[in-house]
Design a binder for this molecule. Structure first.
Ligand code: FO1
Length: 315
């Protein structure tokens, strides 16, 4: 069974890791959000790509989910002594990733090729694709009238400002990276990971051609909201600030035209009739991924659920 996963951030990386442990090499493609990318110290930083790749390589920081395990911060400490900006915590070895990626991008290579080479070095077997080689930048418009880049909002301002709306400059003109549309067309299952719908998944869907394929082929999404709260990050806070009651149901409605199936947590079991009434097949499971075993369990349940649908359609 061929699977394509749309992912961004730590939740997406965890499910991708679970999937990678359930599927043979060559069966899994992960299409990653690059709307979080930004330029810092003149370096191109791709947090979601790195989070996914480090997680799949088993070298991610197990506590934060981003950055590298057993990392040191000597460069950052030194920047501090020079009174430079230290709000974005780049570790010493992680800095090496950004330096080498920036060198190759400046030499004219596309991000997808650099990513593929890094993945080979890190022995990451699934195909990891940035959504696009063209720059797309998620901008957060705050209720107090500011226009913040995603990392300014997320890290520097710790998601404190209330959001008013999002803007995705570059998305309308961005071409999907080579392999993205083929992976979506050729997969038996498209999975939208439990990532932030507004700022991790919507940027992927905004890249030319991606939403159209998923609307036609249909996907299965996993709710990042459990019991009205986000496991990690500001998704629930964003729904509330945008005037929508944060819940798994709100996530199902967010993606409604794209979905055949929706996976949400046991804690929200009472939402089943409302989700089913949207014409979406519900799957109620433990969706919180605390351990590696939880990641594999959830991935296995999703694959079984998808196989059943596949078999039903074949009959
Ligand atoms: N997240 C933080 O909350 N604080 C940081 O200082 C931070 C640094 C960082 C460095 C490299 C990297 O790849 C990711 C980093 N992240 C940090 C995570 C990142 O901001 C978020 O995971 C995503 O952009 C949200 O999906």
């Amino acid at each position: 069974m061929k699977v394509a996963v749309l992912a961004g951030g730590v939740g997406g990386a965890k499910l991708a890791h679970g999937m990678a442990n359930c599927l043979p090499a060559g069966a899994l493609t992960i299409i990653v959000n690059t709307g979080d990318d930004f330029s810092h110290f003149g370096l191109t930083i791709c947090p979601d790509l790195d989070t996914v790749c480090y997680t799949l390589a088993g070298i991610a920081n197990p506590v934060s989910g981003w950055g590298l395990r057993d990392e040191t911060f000597n460069a950052l400490d030194h920047i501090q002594t020079l009174n430079g900006p230290t709000w974005f915590k780049i570790g010493d070895r992680d800095l090496g990733t950004h330096l080498e990626r920036t060198r190759r991008l400046q030499a004219g290579e596309p991000l997808s090729r650099v990513t593929a080479d890094f993945c080979q070095r890190w022995e990451v077997s699934p195909l990891v694709l940035p959504m696009s080689d063209d720059p797309v930048r998620t901008i957060v418009h705050t209720r107090d009238g500011r226009r913040l880049s995603f990392q300014e909002y997320f890290v520097r301002e710790a998601c404190q400002p209330a959001v008013a709306r999002f803007e995705l400059p570059g998305a309308a003109d961005a071409a999907p990276a080579a392999g993205v549309l083929d992976a979506l067309e050729q997969s038996d299952v498209i999975v939208i990971a439990p990532s932030n719908p507004w700022v991790s998944i919507d940027p992927i869907l905004a890249v030319a051609g991606i939403r159209g394929i998923i609307e036609r082929r249909k996907a299965l999404a996993v709710s990042p909201i459990i019991g009205g709260q986000t496991v990690k990050g500001p998704a629930a806070k964003m729904y509330a600030e945008l005037g929508i009651d944060p819940s798994a149901l709100a996530v199902a409605r967010h993606y409604q035209s794209l979905l055949w199936g929706f996976v949400f947590d046991n804690l929200d079991a009472e939402l089943e009739p409302q989700i089913a009434s949207l014409g979406i097949i519900p799957l109620i499971e433990q969706t919180l991924m605390r351990s590696d075993q939880d990641r594999v369990m959830l991935a296995r349940k999703i694959l079984q659920f998808s196989e059943n649908r596949y078999l039903r359609r074949e009959r």
